[in-house]
Design a binder for this molecule. Structure first.
Ligand code: ADP
Length: 401
């Protein structure tokens, strides 16, 4: 089966065509500057890369370009559209309605729309991507895979904020959590690598990229996660503050004469590693600057590592122990230095990192010492594969009915 995975942003669209059974990726690519002018980078496996400006006035035009290049006689990987069996869409917010991936129909579209107030930037872009695909490929079955769905197994004591209860019942204020597809994927792979059933393991997964979150995956289910009502909660990130004292918002608005919206924007886009260091939101730049003696870059790294370390401790507390810690996403997969820093001081949890085994990047590995009672793993995330698998499974189930 071949599944086209679509991840639509407001002016971008990432895609991948893959076979979820063999895990072969036929092609992947990125449309950027949709609605502005348009740029397409298409990377077919084993063939020349296409990288050029292409006119894309809207998402529908972008999808048409993607389908056209997938069938192109030089850059293409399929001969006709019939080879695409289904389309899987990444959708950021599924609220409380979507606890699993679903085949998209009118009711599902209404459900995704009803989550727009919860994700006002992301869900509209995802909807645009789905609608564009429906217009261009009306006969293909489509599946929505939600970033929030994996965390719907959290118990109320984990997902509730201690605010007036009516904020939850009337305004939907609660923790939802994000990066669910990634946390789920890496926890499954961790169980495979360790060679024990997922249902027996307590795993702390650390998705550390531009956005960062940890998840307590107990016996295969998310029981807690660091992101909350929005991706702003929890860890400090590239440009996001992470969890802060809510009173700071009004205080700083008064002090600096900012509107609430401006404060929110600063907390989202000008805080985190960028805000503290004044150098960059990118950990590569921060590590380079810190190595040259930049104290604020070093401080940003120190804050980040300290908070991740503490989060792993809280995962252990939430699960009554931790059998494995998993690192994934840009920082988690690539920075041996940060992984080592984060694990410093966690030996009391039976987690001993092996400096040699940790000297690896971007590939699956167990990086704890052989005598470490619990395991530390590096697992590159693969949200596209997860989306393609869910899509294939649901489309097959639909066929069986
Ligand atoms: P996103 O959340 O945007 O998907 P990624 O998971 O791709 O982000 O992570 C991107 C981040 O990963 C970059 O901002 C950078 O800080 C970090 N990163 C990538 N490579 C390295 C590296 N070699 N060393 C340290 N950090 C890295």
């Amino acid at each position: 089966m071949k599944v086209l995975v679509i991840n639509a942003g407001s002016s971008s669209l990432k895609y991948q065509l893959l076979d979820p059974d063999t895990e072969d990726v036929l092609a992947k690519g990125l449309c950027e500057r949709i609605g502005i002018d348009g740029h397409l980078k298409h990377t077919p496996t084993g063939k020349d890369v296409f990288d050029a400006d292409v006119d894309m006035p809207d998402h529908e035009a972008a999808i048409k370009e993607v389908l056209s290049i997938l069938q192109h006689n030089h850059y293409g990987v399929i001969t006709n559209m019939d080879e695409i069996d289904a389309v899987g869409h990444r959708v950021v917010h599924g609220g409380e309605d979507f606890t699993h991936s679903v085949v998209i129909d009118n009711k599902v579209m209404r459900g995704i729309r009803s989550c727009v107030p919860l994700a006002p930037l992301h869900n509209p872009a995802n909807i645009t991507g789905i609608e564009a695909c429906m217009d261009v490929m009306p006969d293909k079955p489509m599946v929505a895979v939600f970033d929030t769905a994996f965390h719907q197994s959290m118990p109320a004591k984990a997902f509730m904020y201690a605010v007036p209860y009516r904020w939850y019942t009337e305004n939907k204020v609660r923790r939802y959590g994000f990066h669910g597809t990634s946390h789920q994927y890496v926890s499954q792979r961790a169980a495979d690598l360790i060679g024990r059933p997922l249902e027996e393991l307590r795993i702390a997964t650390c998705h550390l990229g531009n956005g960062a979150s940890t998840c307590s995956v107990k016996f295969g289910k998310s029981i807690d996660t660091s992101m909350g009502f929005t991706p702003q909660d929890g860890l400090p990130m590239g440009t996001r503050a992470g969890a802060i004292d809510a009173a700071i918002t009004e205080y700083i608005a008064d002090q600096r004469g900012y509107s609430a919206k401006r404060v929110e924007n600063v907390l989202n886009k000008e805080s985190g590693m960028l805000g503290v260091s004044g150098v960059s939101s990118d950990f590569r730049d921060l590590e380079a600057a810190a190595n040259e003696g930049n104290e604020r870059a070093q401080l940003a790294i120190d804050i980040f590592c300290y908070k991740v370390t503490k989060r792993i401790g809280s995962c252990a507390a939430a699960m009554g122990g931790v059998d494995a810690v998993v690192f994934t996403a840009g920082v988690g997969e690539n920075s041996a230095t940060l992984r080592a820093r984060i694990m410093e001081g966690l030996e009391f949890l039976g987690l001993k990192i092996d400096p040699e085994k940790n000297n690896v990047r971007g590939k699956e590995a167990i990086i704890s010492t052989d005598d470490s009672p619990n395991k530390i793993l590096l697992i590159p995330t693969n949200e596209e594969l997860m989306i393609a698998r869910d899509t294939a499974r649901l489309v097959r189930e639909m066929g069986d009915k």
